[in-house]
Design a protein around this ligand. Structure first.
Ligand code: 5GP
Ligand code: SF4
Ligand code: MG
Length: 447
């Protein structure tokens, strides 16, 4: 998911439009639903809906939502249900006042917390982890909504980057290991929180700093207050953000994502023992690593596969059969480039194996003599419990099959994955610690 929060010192007629633009920049983080909530003179006003940012919001209505605080969310479901009721921000009301919440992450103990709350009479309206936070906050003894929220954060286990707002305060918090990103920026005297820096670029805002793991900040008329509501743990930032999830123009921990991906390609080229004529990336996720591979190997980089830009991420389709066809609708090889060549095909990851199997089939029909698959991440063999959509282990081809079996399944002449070491070197692992659990099963947090 992607989240944003905006605080403007004065009532700003453009706040909903600023939120819209920021969410537009974060669209790659979730395409299932989108929502904006503004706190203005008449309380909270919101627009939410299923689908893309450009489909959900009515521009005229946005123009009428003025206020000085806003939250926004784009949703990528990790639990599967794409109902309207699951669109965020989540709006709640209690004797403590109004509270809106938007979350990126996954609360591991959410079923347990939910059962406890239900036993105490709480009635849930959605499947959202976020709603657990809302009920915990409402049940707290503290009268102050922000203190009540902090109290509820202590009960959560898992990965969360959270933005929240009361009538006049904007709040941001990260779990104590900082799995998911959350960054603070500024545009004139307006503060902006966002999952990635690409949202600041679109608003001509400057990046101030990242919210730290275990940190909570409150922004209101008296400025920014920061505190560590939890003692800081060793950081476990998601390495998959660098590999696939984040936008290439974003900067994470001082590193440009595109450059990190190129380095993954360099390292893959150094590790791989593959001979070929051309390096062809799978668009668009394999492009940066493909460039890196080509630079390091000295083999020519060719855009031998065309991408239909009007098709969304193919991962989200429900059945294998439709996913297969969707890959063909999205990607098409260019025979004049591919014909009679030994192709080194580069993609960022293999999850189910659908994309690579289809593409390799198409490359062979287009006349490729050999297809060698290079993957700029290690094999994804373990499910993610921290907010990425790989939680059902049987979907992961590397959970069941050996490298040789995967090579056979996708129909490649050879298959090389980047080593864990090569990955960590590409993202300067010395500077901070990363989660690599989906590759090695070393979970930083027990389930
Ligand atoms: P596969 O076809 O093997 O199931 O998936 C691999 C492709 O999906 C890669 O091209 C990669 O860019 C993309 N991908 C990897 N992880 C994710 C994810 O968590 N969500 C989505 N939407 N796509 C992913
Ligand atoms: Fe990221 Fe993988 Fe860790 Fe999940 S398990 S947080 S996808 S590195
Ligand atoms: Mg891809």
């Amino acid at each position: 998911c992607g989240v944003i929060g905006i605080y403007s010192p004065d009532c700003d007629a453009d706040i909903a439009s600023l939120s819209y633009l920021a969410l537009y920049a974060l669209q790659h983080r979730g395409q299932q639903s989108a929502g904006i909530c503004v706190s203005g003179e008449d309380g909270f006003e919101s627009q939410r809906g299923l689908g893309l940012v450009t489909d959900v919001f009515e521009k005229e209505d946005l123009a009428e939502m003025s206020g000085n605080l806003a939250l926004g969310h784009v949703r990528y479901s990790t639990t599967g249900s794409e109902k309207m009721i699951n669109a965020q921000p989540l709006l709640t009301s209690s004797i403590k006042g109004d509270l809106a919440l938007a979350l990126n992450g996954n609360i591991i103990n959410h079923s347990e917390l939910r059962s406890n709350l239900e036993e105490r009479g709480a009635i849930f309206h959605s499947d959202l982890d976020t709603e657990v936070i809302a009920h915990l906050t409402a049940h707290s003894f503290s009268d102050d909504p922000v203190e009540a929220l902090v109290e509820s954060l202590h009960k959560l286990k898992g990965a969360f980057s959270l933005v929240a707002m009361t009538e006049n305060r904007l709040v941001a918090a990260r779990d104590s290991r900082g799995f998911r990103p959350l960054i603070l920026g500024k545009r004139e005297d307006t503060y902006i929180l966002a999952s990635e820096t690409c949202a600041f670029d679109i608003l001509e805002a400057e990046k101030l700093r990242e919210i730290e793991p275990g940190e909570l900040i409150v922004i209101d008329g008296s400025g920014i207050q920061s505190r560590f509501y939890r003692e800081q743990c060793q950081s476990s930032f998601c390495s998959f953000e660098f590999i696939y999830f984040a936008r290439p123009d974003s900067i994470i921990g001082g590193q440009n994502v595109r450059l990190a991906r190129k380095k993954m390609g360099w390292n893959l080229s150094q590790e791989a023992e593959i001979d070929g004529d051309i390096v062809v990336p799978v668009p668009s996720s394999g492009i940066s690593a493909g460039l890196g591979f080509s630079e390091e190997s000295g083999l020519p980089y060719k855009q031998g596969i065309l991408q239909n830009k009007y098709i969304g991420r193919s991962f989200v389709m429900p059945t294998e059969n439709i996913r297969d066809l969707q890959v063909r609708a999205k990607l098409n090889p260019i025979s004049s480039i591919i014909n009679d060549s030994r192709v080194i095909l580069i993609d960022d990851s293999i999850v189910r194996g659908t994309t690579s199997r289809q593409i390799i089939k198409m490359l062979r029909s287009a006349g490729a003599r050999e297809v060698h698959m290079g993957v700029s991440s290690p094999a994804v063999a373990y499910p993610c419990y921290y907010g990425m959509d790989t939680s059902r282990r049987q979907q992961l081809i590397a959970a069941e099959k050996s490298r040789e079996e995967i090579r056979e399944h996708i129909g490649a002449d050879s298959l090389t994955y980047l080593s864990r070491k090569g990955l960590l070197a590409a993202i300067n692992a010395a500077d901070r610690d990363y989660c690599t659990a989906c590759f090695d099963g070393e979970y930083p947090l027990a389930r």
